[in-house]
Design a binder for this molecule. Structure first.
Ligand code: ATP
Length: 339
């Protein structure tokens, strides 16, 4: 099979360390990839470029697929968030975050298998904030029929393709009657076209309680942007933390794969970060290319990588966040030995 060019964005904080580890593992799996490296976030600012340089955006448009490390957005200095800008500019409207128990990672629950679908382009992430008068500020939550409709259909199509049984929408339409009201109205309308998939609505505060009482009640969650952000971290906590939850941001043209976690500045540069969430995002990327471009060779690589991390975790080869002793690269090497 020919080599596939894929954009790699190492990011900052723990980004470069975990990206190096992930590239090593993916290469060991035999995946025929040429990595096209581009910068974003602090790494771009340090080079005197914009936080999300045009070259990086153009490269993703050209190659359609990118694997991205976490990028820091400095707080309160007038910088736009790299992640928000990337998702909006490329219209990567669907964030997919599968949250599952992993072999050997003992947590409070054993039966978690939830796919979170987060609307990625609007809500309170519209970034429209105003000073109404000194001492009074306002943030605007945006919901459009177009975005609510397409994310709902996308979620149901995903559910059907993956043989999922139920979609639960978590919302606060009792308070945000217009915005969340529109979201659930469009979700419910979409659900009528998918009689094979159960549809449920739940007020998000009650949903949070049920998630931490009995996550097995949930199969797929459909959420607007901010709820999706918060619930993703909550669900990560159910299965061992942010080191084990991958993600994909998917649009009609491009797809960017990245871990749910941020740049973790508290552990950056120490060689202890868990590369697994980014590696699992890489596995999602390989499967995406198998599905969309017929690259069955990539699907085989994805299986090899998954088998390697399942067996490593089961046998106690883990990073510190999962109670193990291995550093970032040691963990990658433990996987490569198994591959
Ligand atoms: P952001 O707002 O940028 O998404 P965040 O608030 O979610 O970031 P993170 O940077 O993800 O914060 O870090 C949250 C905590 O989880 C930190 O204590 C960090 O060290 C830990 N953490 C995050 N990712 C990893 C990882 N890959 N391996 C080990 N620990 C991690």
């Amino acid at each position: 099979m020919s080599k596939r060019e894929i954009v790699i964005i190492p990011g900052d904080g723990i980004g470069p360390e975990i990206t190096a580890a992930v590239i090593k593992v993916i290469e060991a799996s035999g995946a025929e990839i040429t990595w096209i490296e581009h910068v974003a976030g602090l790494a771009a600012l340090e080079k005197g470029l914009d936080v999300l340089p045009d070259e990086t955006l153009e490269a993703i448009k050209e190659h359609k697929v990118a694997l991205k490390g976490p990028c820091t957005t400095p707080i309160g200095e007038g910088f736009t968030s790299v992640n928000v800008k990337l998702r909006k500019t490329l219209d990567l409207y669907a964030a997919v975050r599968p949250v599952r128990n992993l072999p050997g990672v003992i947590t409070r629950f054993r039966n978690v298998d939830i796919v979170i679908i987060r609307e990625n382009t609007e809500g309170l992430y519209s970034g429209v904030e105003n000073i109404i008068t000194p001492g009074v500020v306002m943030s605007m939550k945006v919901a459009t029929e177009k975005a609510c409709t397409r994310i709902s259909h996308w979620a149901f199509e995903y559910a059907r393709h993956r043989q999922r049984k139920k979609i639960t929408v978590l919302h606060k339409a009792n308070i945000m009657k217009l915005t969340d009201g529109l979201f659930i109205r469009k979700s419910k309308e979409a659900s009528r076209e998918y009689g094979d998939i159960q549809y449920e609505e739940m007020i998000i505060d009650a949903g949070c309680m049920k998630l931490v009482q009995d996550p097995a009640l949930f199969d797929m969650l459909l959420l607007e942007n901010l709820y999706g952000d918060l619930i993703s971290d909550l669900c990560a906590g159910l299965v061992g933390g942010l080191g084990v939850v991958p993600g994909a941001n998917i649009g009609d043209r491009e797809a960017v794969f990245e871990a749910v976690h941020g740049s973790a500045p508290d552990i950056a540069g120490k060689g202890v970060a868990n590369p697994l969430a980014l590696l699992m995002s890489g596995v999602m990327m390989l499967n995406h290319l198998a599905d969309t471009e017929g690259r069955e060779d990539f699907r085989a690589c994805a299986v090899r990588i998954k088998n390697a991390y399942d067996s490593a975790l089961q046998e106690g080869d883990r990073t510190r966040d999962l109670g193990g002793k291995l550093g970032t690269m040691e963990f990658a090497d433990a996987l490569i030995r198994r591959i």
